[in-house]
Design a binder for this molecule. Sequence first.
Ligand code: FMN
Length: 201
Amino acid sequence: MTIPKIGIIISTTREGRFADRPANWIHEIAQQRADIAFELVDLRDYPIPMFDAPLSPNYAPVDNDHTRALVNKLSELDGYIFVTAEYNHSISAVLKNAIDHVQFEAWAKKPAAFLGYGGTGGARAVEQLRLIAVEVSLVPTRAAVHIGMEPYLGVWKEGKSFNDYAHLVSSAGLMLDELAWYAKTLRTGRDVTTTETALAA
Ligand SMILES: Cc1cc2nc3c(=O)[nH]c(=O)nc-3n(C[C@H](O)[C@H](O)[C@H](O)COP(=O)(O)O)c2cc1C
């Protein structure tokens, strides 16, 4: 059996974004694990138009190239880390738009962990994202990484590394441990369900 694979979703796309720094940092830490594989999934690579389909994707998959490509990518993965900024106390419109386009089967029964950054460590965006995650049948984890203003400015303006902040390194470890447990457990559960469904057919 292959090891579970987690997508680290970079969920802002604006020019000059900060997102690459926390995404690359958590990717580097995550790659030290042997039990889970990780890859970056950058929403810049999936420039999906604003949602205007006649039906929810749960009733009819959205028929455009970028959405199909994103759904295919998400379907390959066993869980996700959402790297999220806070835009007006919520997630970016780009991320919400992407979530709205994806039928819930691509996300269903997979764990979602969170790395937020901003004035309150992106906490308000992460809390909102947890609520959205439940609706698309993701399983949100409790542990998360919150990069507050001091490390945000330290990395952006003062040439520091996130590794200079012990609380971030510690929370990254806890978040990855919890995510790994859910990724393995839920994949086993999905495999059993698929087998049972096949046997019952
Ligand atoms: C449209 C917009 C709204 C923002 N709203 C918030 C906010 O509500 N809370 C906050 O802490 N930061 C807010 N910010 C500042 C962002 O935290 C900061 O710009 C961050 O770098 C954005 O992530 P990005 O660089 O990856 O786009 C906002 C930024 C933008 C562009």
